[in-house]
Design a protein around this ligand. Structure first.
Ligand code: NAP
Length: 283
């Protein structure tokens, strides 16, 4: 029941209409009977949106592409890990003081740690964008021995340098004998779900393989990895873990992650079922 006491949360970004965060957080609010609502805000003018958060007393937001870096200078305080990462995905409105956090890296590490320890493990990380940056930070902090692999070498080398990791070209992946492989590129994402970021024959039994891509939940990479005896971690687990960490920052308590994950899967299923109707409408 939305009334005059309802607290407002949301996600700001552009595009945001595909975001699973509203379904995920609203499901948690309902399960815990919180008088709160979570909305998707498509934002082009970031300074105006941040002023809106302040003046309308929005309690908290998630931040997504393309605002994760630019929002930093508009906030009043920053958590130290967000400073180290140079990227904010969560804002808490603490009685008018806007505080920036980053939960992407904890989400990634938390999802991986559900199946493996990280300390001392050889980790190969594909990508050098925002997601890869969060993973590199998380893995390095958890004691992993991280090697970055990226299509654009210069970007990959820069990330490796900043995070104190190694760099290698893709062709060197088999020689790395990685224990953990993380895909933090967008390769394999719908509508190009048949693509795999590495030749499948390079996946070894016993390897732990995590994909950042969550649409589809079982990517081509994860299917190939599972078929070769690897343990796999879906991008959806990472998404839910980072969402749960944001929730904990806003409410000081853990949300029901199973409820959040179910809501994400149902929302994706609905989007698939609605796709033909949407396409027909657009024609
Ligand atoms: P980004 O900043 O745009 O970085 C994209 C990365 O993918 C770059 O390293 C890029 O390499 C690489 N790439 C793109 N197309 C490629 C191709 N055809 N072959 C090889 N490399 C390619 O994007 P991002 O924000 O890091 O997001 C990456 C993926 O992670 C997206 O699918 C996003 O949805 C997902 N993600 C998931 C979560 C989660 O919670 N599960 C969280 C964050 C992001 P170049 O440098 O050579 O361009």
């Amino acid at each position: 029941m939305i009334d005059a006491q309802t607290e407002v949360f949301g996600i700001i970004g552009n595009p945001v209409r595909h975001s699973l965060s509203p379904a995920m957080h609203n499901a948690a609010f309902r399960a815990l009977e919180l008088n709160a609502v979570y909305l998707a805000f498509s934002v082009e003018n970031l300074p105006a949106a941040v002023e809106g958060i302040r003046s309308l007393a929005v309690r908290g937001v998630n931040v997504t592409i393309p605002h994760k870096i630019a929002i930093q200078k508009l906030l009043d305080e920053m958590d130290l890990t967000a400073v180290a990462l140079g990227s904010v995905n969560t804002v808490l409105n603490r009685q008018g003081t806007l505080v920036g956090y980053n939960t992407d890296w904890i989400g990634a590490v938390g999802a991986l740690e559900e199946v493996t320890a990280i300390s001392g493990k050889r980790c190969a990380l594909l990508g050098a964008g925002g997601a890869a940056r969060a993973v590199a930070y998380g893995l390095a902090n958890a004691g992993g021995d991280v090697v970055v692999i990226n299509r654009t070498e210069e970007k990959g080398r820069r990330l490796a340098r900043q995070m104190g990791c190694g760099f290698a070209p893709l062709k060197a992946l088999p020689d790395l004998r990685a224990d953990i492989l993380v895909n933090a590129t967008s390769v394999g994402m719908e509508p190009r779900a048949e693509e795999c970021p590495v030749p499948p024959e390079w996946l070894r039994p016993g390897m732990v393989v995590m994909d950042a891509v969550y649409a589809p939940p079982r990517t081509k990479l994860l299917q190939e990895a599972e078929a070769r005896g690897c343990r796999v971690v879906e991008g959806l687990r990472w998404l839910v873990r980072q969402g749960a960490e944001s929730f904990a920052i806003w409410f000081g308590t853990r949300p029901p992650e199973d409820v959040m994950e179910r809501a994400c899967r149902e929302s994706m299923l609905r989007a698939h079922q609605d796709a033909p109707h949407r396409a027909a409408k657009e024609r």
